[in-house]
Design a protein around this ligand. Structure first.
Ligand code: KIV
Length: 278
C-alpha cells in the first residue's frame, strides 16, 4: 500500500522509526521499495553521486524532474519526496510554489523537500497551501555550503542551537509534515524530536530522531569521494561491482564470454544458403 504523510504522523505517535533512503533511478527505487523502505528521497545529492559535481549548487529543476519521474515509476509503496534544487525557491514564494508544482506534475513527486528554517517558513506555508506536502531540511543544509564555509556540524554553540530550535518550530508551524535534521549534535536532535509534533528524520543527528535517512551510495560503499563520519557501510556493493566489471573484462578478452548459452540459433540451412551466395 502506498505510504502517505498520514504514515509519518502515525509513526511519530506510535514511536515506529521511519526509514528513508535516497534513489535517483527506476531500478534502485524498485529494489528499495521491495525491501520495504517507508520513503524514497530523490535528493539533490544526485549532483554529487550521479553527476560528479563537488556540491549540489549546479543541480537544475530539469535534473530533479528527470530523476524524480524515474524513481516514482519504481516506487509502488514508498512515499517519494523530491528535493527542490538551489535557486528553485530561494528567489521568491511564487517561484517556490511554481517549482514545487512542477516536481509533482512533471516529476510525479508525492512531496517536496526544501532547505531552510525561519527564513523559508513563508515558502513552506505557500507550498502547503497549494496542497503539496513539504519536508523541511535544517541544520547543515548543503545548498548553503558557501555560507557555512564547508560541510560542518551545525548547532554546537548555545546561539546556534537556539537558532536550529527556532527553525524547527518555524517549519512545523508553517505546515511541514516532517523535518530532516542534518549534522546536528545528537542531544540537540533528540530535544527537537521531543518538542515537535512532526517527525524528525536524522542524517548525522543520532538515534533520538524519529527516523533516519542516508544516501544509498554511501551506505552501500559505492561512493568514496567523501564519506562523512555518520555513514555506516551496510554492504560493500562498490567492491562487488568492481569484481563483476573485472570478470566481464577478462572473459571478453579471453573469449569465455559470451558462451553458447548466451547466443541465439538461426534456422537450419540458412547460413549454408547465405555462404553459397558468396
Ligand atoms: O540531497 C540529499 O540526499 C539530502 C539528504 C542528505 C538528506 O538532502
Amino acid at each position: 500500500m502506498k505510504k502517505t504523510t498520514a504514515f509519518f504522523r502515525e509513526a511519530k505517535k506510535s514511536g515506529e522509526k521511519i526509514t528513508m533512503l535516497t534513489a535517483y533511478d527506476y531500478s534502485t527505487a524498485r529494489l528499495e521499495d521491495e525491501a520495504g523502505v517507508d520513503s524514497i528521497l530523490v535528493g539533490d545529492s544526485l549532483g554529487n553521486v550521479i553527476l560528479g559535481y563537488e556540491n549540489t549548487l549546479k543541480v537544475t529543476m530539469e535534473d530533479m524532474i528527470h530523476h524524480s519521474a524515474a524513481v516514482a515509476r519504481g516506487a509502488e509503496n514508498a512515499l517519494v519526496v523530491t528535493d527542490m534544487p538551489f535557486m528553485s525557491y530561494q528567489t521568491s514564494v511564487y517561484d517556490a510554489v511554481v517549482n514545487a508544482g512542477r516536481l509533482v506534475k512533471e516529476g510525479s513527486a508525492d512531496a517536496v523537500k526544501l532547505e531552510g528554517g525561519v527564513k523559508f517558513a513563508p515558502h513552506i506555508r505557500a507550498i502547503v497551501g497549494a496542497s503539496i506536502p513539504v519536508v523541511a531540511h535544517i541544520g547543515m543544509t548543503p545548498q548553503s555550503v558557501n555560507v557555512f564555509g564547508g560541510f560542518k556540524v551545525q548547532g554546537k554553540s548555545e546561539e546556534a542551537a537556539r537558532q536550529i530550535i527556532a527553525d524547527a518550530k518555524a517549519v512545523e508551524e508553517a505546515g511541514a509534515f516532517a523535518v530532516v535534521l542534518e549534522c546536528v549534535p545528537a542531544d540537540l536532535a533528540a530535544y527537537i524530536s521531543e518538542i515537535l509534533t512532526i517527525p524528525t528524520i536524522g542524517i548525522g543527528a543520532g538515534a533520538g530522531c524519529d527516523g533516519q535517512v542516508l544516501v544509498y551510495q554511501d551506505m552501500l560503499g559505492m561512493y568514496s569521494d567523501f564519506v562523512p563520519k555518520f555513514v555506516k557501510r551496510f554492504a560493500n556493493v562498490g567492491e562487488a561491482m568492481k569484481t563483476g566489471f573485472k570478470e566481464y573484462i577478462d572473459e571478453v578478452k579471453n573469449g569465455a564470454f559470451p558462451a553458447k548459452e548466451h547466443t541465439y540459433a538461426i534456422s537450419g540451412g540458412v547460413m549454408d544458403a547465405i555462404r553459397e551466395d558468396k
